[in-house]
Design a protein. Structure first.
Length: 452
């Protein structure tokens, strides 16, 4: 056999070995670890049978420290991460406008900023305040969907407002118009918003008012609601309300709601989503997806966080159940009628990872296998002995657009120890040039990730 043939065969075997190594997936107990296991390319697959038993809660505050000198996030080979800016205080959600400008919610400073970054660059030409005087703004959406929006919608913690807008505007055109009022704002304050592709519905995620609804009265007719109630008891509530709907301080919470674009005709789309803090529409399917923070204080590894497509009329478990018919012991025996009616989510993630914003990748900058996958930021854990989260992961989908259940580390390296980290990813969006922009609110930085 010639040397040329041997060399080709050796190259093929090396390539095959590399593909096999890359395709290895951590499953079950092996997928449940901590930040030391994280690195770009590591994949995990968790399923309902993998849920560990309920355990003792671990408490430990996460300390954000300045980034070590020269520190950069770790990204896959062939990619690079560049710092964009550190001047946005506490950047949260980031969304790309149709013209390419980047809108950033600065929740703690009650403003929305606009960054204009040239294609192929990480250096902003403009970085200005678009609107101020808001109330913990988070979600941002452009309406109508498409290349020429007429409005920018912003989700405050207690309302949704909109500003008149034309492509390229760097300042709001006048005062905000309030279209959705009186949203409950205690506890989980972040509200994400997204429009259906046809522009007919505005979806709004409203997180729970507590960790596990322990202060919610046992039955609806015991509520101290100021308005007259027509519900006599739990049986009547079940007949008149959506499946799994909560009441009292949790009424209209832990839900995805929808409205007409003018804020009218509210309806509940799905219930039992403890905190759907990130929403996205899957291209090609018009399917709504949610990234959900689950409850705390029943163990380091239970229950799993998750990302799921949202089924109309579905109940996802909170506060009585989690990941299917697993009963929360704090609500033992309270809702046996719901045990077999809990929708199991698509992608389960390590407990307490705190998934936040998500976006589907349709750009051309990354390799072809990235198209159709979704990126999700993880803000990181507090109720866990080993830190987890503090990274950006990629969700994998098959050729039909169905989630495989696997997720892959994409951007890591923010954690220094079990008690310290220098970055907490929050927002992620795809720029017009196909690069990825990521915000983190620990040290207030924005990063651009692109191919080398």
């Amino acid at each position: 056999m010639s040397l040329k043939v041997l060399t080709a065969a050796a190259c093929f075997l090396l390539l095959l070995a590399g593909q096999q190594a890359f395709a290895q997936v951590l499953r079950g107990e092996a997928a449940i670890g901590g930040w030391r296991d994280d690195k770009p390319g590591v994949r995990r697959l968790l399923t309902p049978p993998d849920l560990p038993a309920i355990g003792k809660a671990t408490y430990g505050a996460a300390q954000v420290v300045p980034a070590p000198a020269g520190a950069l996030p770790q990204v896959p080979e062939g990619f690079k991460a560049e710092r964009v800016t550190t001047d946005t205080h506490k950047p949260r959600v980031i969304r790309a406008a149709p013209n390419g400008d980047l809108f950033v919610a600065d929740s703690m400073f009650n403003s929305v900023r606009v960054l204009r970054v040239p294609a192929g660059s990480a250096r902003p030409e403009k970085d200005v305040v678009f609107a101020s005087g808001l109330k913990q703004p988070f979600g941002i959406a452009f309406y109508p969907p498409g290349p020429n929006p007429q409005w920018v919608y912003v989700a405050n913690t207690d309302s949704v407002v909109r500003f008149r807008y034309r492509n390229g505007d760097l300042k709001a055109r006048g005062k905000p118009e309030r279209i959705i009022e009186a949203l409950p704002s205690v506890h989980h304050y972040a509200r994400d918003i997204v429009f259906s592709p046809d522009g007919k519905r505005l979806y709004l995620g409203v997180g729970s008012g507590s960790n596990a609804a322990l202060d919610m009265f046992p039955e609806p007719h015991w509520t101290m609601h100021p308005e007259p109630r027509n519900v006599a008891d739990l049986a009547e509530w079940v007949k008149t309300k959506p499946l799994g709907a909560a009441w009292d301080t949790e009424e209209l919470r832990a839900n995805v709601l929808s409205f007409d674009p003018d804020g009218r005709n509210m309806r509940i789309v799905a219930t039992g989503l403890r905190n759907c803090e990130g929403m996205a529409i899957q291209p090609g399917t018009a399917q709504l997806w949610c990234a959900v923070n689950e409850r705390d204080e029943i163990g380091d590894n239970t229950p799993f966080e998750y990302v799921t497509h949202v089924v109309e009329g579905a109940f996802y478990g909170w506060p009585w159940y989690y990941i299917g018919g697993n009963e929360d012991p704090r609500h033992a025996g309270q809702r046996p009628d719901l045990k077999d009616k809990v929708t199991v989510p698509d992608v389960m993630m390590m407990a307490h990872s705190a998934p936040l914003q998500m976006t589907f990748y349709q750009g051309d900058n990354f390799p072809a296998e990235y198209r159709g996958s979704a990126f999700v930021t993880m803000h990181g854990s507090w109720n866990r002995a080993q830190r987890t989260g503090y990274k950006v992961v990629r969700l994998l989908f098959d050729a039909n657009g169905k989630a495989t259940g696997e997720y892959e580390d994409f951007m890591t390296g923010f954690v220094i120890s079990d008690t310290q980290m220098w970055g907490r990813p929050v927002g992620v969006t795809v720029a017009r040039d196909g690069s990825l922009f990521v915000t983190e609110d620990g040290n207030g930085t924005i990063w651009r990730v692109s191919r080398r």
